[in-house]
Design a protein. Structure first.
Length: 150
């Protein structure tokens, strides 16, 4: 691959945990990359053309080929570059790591950005759900991270 083909570019947004996770993966692997900050209220045509389905940041461009969705991007980074492993070797441990990444996407990030419910009942449900998620993330997961059969 020539130098131009090998170029890596991240289209990201400053407050985006999804962008940070992609940058973290690149840094752990020691991959040099360019970064272009997106205005999420006025997205660039490069972002819209590269991620026509979701139209979200981050978008990862490698050698002119675009990939969307941060977890998909991380898997691509893991598959493409040697160096610091982003996933454990053992298949069961890999499954646990993927479970946690999905859990963070579907529960933790939602918890941080979610609006509260409209009725008292909805608010109570949301509160209880949040408490469960926090307990799971802060207590259950750290305690069980190294136990192979949870
Ligand atoms: N599932 C996506 C989520 C990406 C996402 O929600 N990006 C936000 C920034 S944190 C975004 O682009 N928001 C603008 C929009 O939804 O129009 C991923 O993992 O990459």
């Amino acid at each position: 691959m020539c130098e131009e083909e090998a170029k890596v570019l991240v289209l990201g947004a400053w407050g985006s945990p999804f962008t940070r996770r992609v940058e973290l993966g690149l840094r752990l692997k020691g991959v040099a990359y360019g970064y272009s900050e997106e205005d999420l209220k006025n997205k660039s045509s490069l972002l819209l053309e590269s991620n026509p389905v979701y139209k979200k940041a981050p978008v990862f461009i490698h050698g002119g080929k675009a990939i969307a969705e941060s977890l998909v991007i991380l898997e691509y980074i893991e598959d493409t570059w040697d160096g610091y492993p982003l996933l454990p070797k053992d298949p069961f441990q890999r499954a646990k790591a993927r479970f946690l990444a999905k859990f963070i996407d579907e529960k933790v990030i939602l918890l941080l950005s979610n609006a509260t419910g409209r009725t008292v009942f909805e608010k109570l449900l949301h509160f209880l759900d949040s408490m469960f998620v926090l307990y799971f993330f802060l207590v259950f997961v750290p305690l069980n991270l190294h136990i192979s059969d949870w």
